[in-house]
Design a protein around this ligand. Structure first.
Ligand SMILES: Nc1ncnc2c1ncn2[C@@H]1O[C@H](COP(=O)(O)OP(=O)(O)OP(=O)(O)O)[C@@H](O)[C@H]1O
Ligand SMILES: [Mg+2]
Length: 392
């Protein structure tokens, strides 16, 4: 009869299809028991309870173990990694979370994402941040769309380089009462930026760790479209973040948005709500057109069992102001789109887990090596592709 070590050895062939490593190496085999009649019980720890690759493990583990002489049957059980085990796993994968205290003064982190592009994430982020500032909140926007950054333009900030504090922290630029940070401040306008893998991870970590966000009630994070590297990395770095999903009303967009929700779920991010954008268009004479259909936002919200925080109509001023660099909620708070966005902002305030203003202001604890010295690079030194952030 094979012993525990032999079974463990056999399990080395079971590869986690997402992490591309053996479940033994990843320390995901929780227990192994073999009874005299040759029945093996193996428990595998998953990263999340609803792990979609459960079936893969079920088959692969059973096959690997029953291939051993003496084993007649293998029962595969599952449990979920504890938070400590998850942290250990992340460290093993070289994707450690932020140093403790890096965002200690930030009360709420909200990632604005969608399954597909062009649904209005950035427009909503820019306006929502301004609306929250209008509610008297301290707000920051992190433009995490490192390839297609658009927040600087929407805030009229161009590519001004942010200053560096005496503590060697990057000071976010400020516009319309909102602190803003974007990769767009560090690269030549329209330069192609190639951020991948560890470099991307490092850049995003720096945005959170080496930027002097100070005390904020809300940090809104504008995600790139899709469910790719940035979203996964941020989810790991910001386990406390809430996810706000933007969708247009039509069924296909909603289907894609559902993928973003699944991603959030997979990485254990809490989904705070859904915002439907481009909901309808009303002509000056009052005729209403549902250009992208109707009802998708509500359906998605119902399916995810989260609130639909707002339905933002298509209005020309919303687009025009995004292009001209002043969020519409500031210029025309009574525009139909502004009103809807302000309603979303109030919904977020109502949802906040605690009264953020009442939070004690904690010092930011520096763990490990201090951030590298920021060397203001001359324009000639700015390399757009795969570089370390200039603040490094
Ligand atoms: N409700 C709206 N009414 C009118 N125009 C809108 C509305 N929402 C977004 N837009 C316009 O649609 C375009 C796409 O919006 P935006 O860039 O915010 O989308 P996105 O989801 O951030 O895109 P990407 O996926 O490329 O980051 C912009 O020109 C924006 O001004
Ligand atoms: Mg965008």
């Amino acid at each position: 009869m094979p012993n525990r070590d032999e079974i463990m050895k056999a399990l080395e062939v079971v590869i986690d299809p997402e992490l591309h490593r053996s479940i033994v190496e990843l320390d995901m085999v929780r227990s192994i028991d073999v009874s005299d009649n040759g029945v093996a019980d193996v428990t595998v720890s998953l990263t999340t309870p609803g792990c979609p690759i459960k079936g893969h493990f079920q088959t692969a583990v059973a096959e690997a173990v029953t291939g051993l002489d003496g084993i007649t049957h293998c029962n595969v059980y599952f449990d979920v990694l504890s938070d400590t085990q998850k942290q250990a796993l992340q460290q093993k994968l070289g994707r450690g979370s932020l140093p403790q205290g890096a965002l200690a003064q930030v009360s709420n982190v909200i990632c604005i994402g969608s399954g597909k592009g062009g649904v209005g994430k950035s427009t909503l982020t820019a306006n929502l941040a301004a609306a929250l500032a209008g509610e008297g909140k301290r707000v920051g926007v992190l433009d995490a769309d490192v390839w297609g950054y658009s927040i600087p333009r929407m805030y009229g900030l161009g590519s001004t380089r942010p200053p560096v504090s005496a503590e060697r922290k990057i000071i976010p630029l400020e516009a319309h009462g909102v602190k803003v940070m974007s990769i767009g401040f560090f690269v030549e306008e329209d330069a192609a930026v190639v951020w991948r893998g560890p470099m991307l991870h490092k850049a995003l970590t720096q945005f959170l760790q080496d930027v002097d966000w100070g005390a904020l009630d809300y940090l809104l994070v504008d995600l790139p479209p899709g469910t790719g590297d940035v979203s996964m990395t941020l989810a790991q770095l910001l386990p406390q973040a809430q996810f706000l999903i933007v969708t247009t009303p039509q069924a296909t967009a909603q289907k894609v948005a559902r993928r973003a929700a699944q991603m959030a779920d997979k990485v254990s991010l809490q989904i705070g709500g859904v915002v439907e954008n481009m909901s309808s268009f009303t002509t000056p004479s009052g005729e209403r057109f549902t250009i992208f259909g109707e009802g998708g936002g509500q359906e998605l919200a119902d399916e995810l069992d989260v609130p639909l925080l707002g339905k933002v109509p298509l209005t020309m001023p919303l687009r025009e102001h995004a292009d001209s660099g002043v969020p519409l909620v500031i210029e025309d708070p009574e525009d139909a789109a502004s009103q809807a966005i302000r309603q979303v902002a109030r919904g977020l305030v109502a949802m906040a887990p605690m009264a953020p203003m009442a939070l004690p202001v904690l010092p930011v604890i520096q763990v490990g090596t201090p951030p590298p010295v920021a060397v203001p690079a001359s324009a000639g030194e700015r390399k757009p592709a795969g570089m370390s952030l200039p603040m490094a």
